[in-house]
Design a protein around this ligand. Sequence first.
Ligand code: SF4
Length: 285
Amino acid sequence: MPEARWWSVCEDGCSVRCGLCWHNCTITPGQKGLCGVREHSPYAGLRSSHLGRFVSIALDPVEKKPLRRWRPGTQILSLGGVGCNMRCPFCQNHEISMPERPLTEKPVSPGELVAMSKEFGAHAVAYTYNEPTLQAEYIFAASPQLRDEGIATVMVTNGMFSREVCSEAASGVDAMNIDIKAFDEETYRRLGGSLDVVTRNVERLISAGVHIELTCLIVPGVSDSADGFVRLVDWMAGLSPDVPLHISRYFPSYRYKAPPTDISLMRRFFNAAVEKLNYVYLGNV
Ligand code: SF4
């Protein structure tokens, strides 16, 4: 099983700093980072006992990820672990994304994952449901072994990984669906993320030739501003009008109790997006 990477010992010689994602957590011995997954084990450095452990495994059509412009009609093996590096109060997968959940699953080695994918007849493996950045070491270790068998790698992610991790993803991951939570920095900070980090990672990955589709969950009071949505569409059109956009309907979940997104708003956003983008899809409607 791969070991935790992208960390260093701090200047105090005692704490460690994690460089996997934007948070760059400084972690004292015995403590965990903000994700609740990566832990400073005294005398051993940064550890993640979650690598290769999945609480959810399912075979899905690739369109369900959602990926609509990449290998249509194929089957994808979806794997979800535990934990997240953001704190969205409306999380639609909070049962597994929030790290308090006890860890009982046995780890699946990359070799076992290859065998499982072949057994299921999967054309690709998707790391999804929780934030897959927390499995980055595992993903990059498994990807070449999967490719040797003609099986691709997909991440369904918030895109908040560090620049170093993004560089490895550019060569080790074939396709991604990346969430855009809202198109303003202030909202992102409230949710525990950074729009600037996500947009720059999207730009790097597209330049590197990774197939990218974007999803915007339209949450009342978070991402339902027409101005913000127009800014998102304009930015995407500037990258390429061929980047697919999934506009997804929110339903009350976790700590967020606002009613489901108004269908007429979803249609207005769809109509605005198709004026500038070639591939726009409504989800959860
Ligand atoms: S992955 Fe991100 S949130 Fe978790 S410890 Fe590392 S820097 Fe912190």
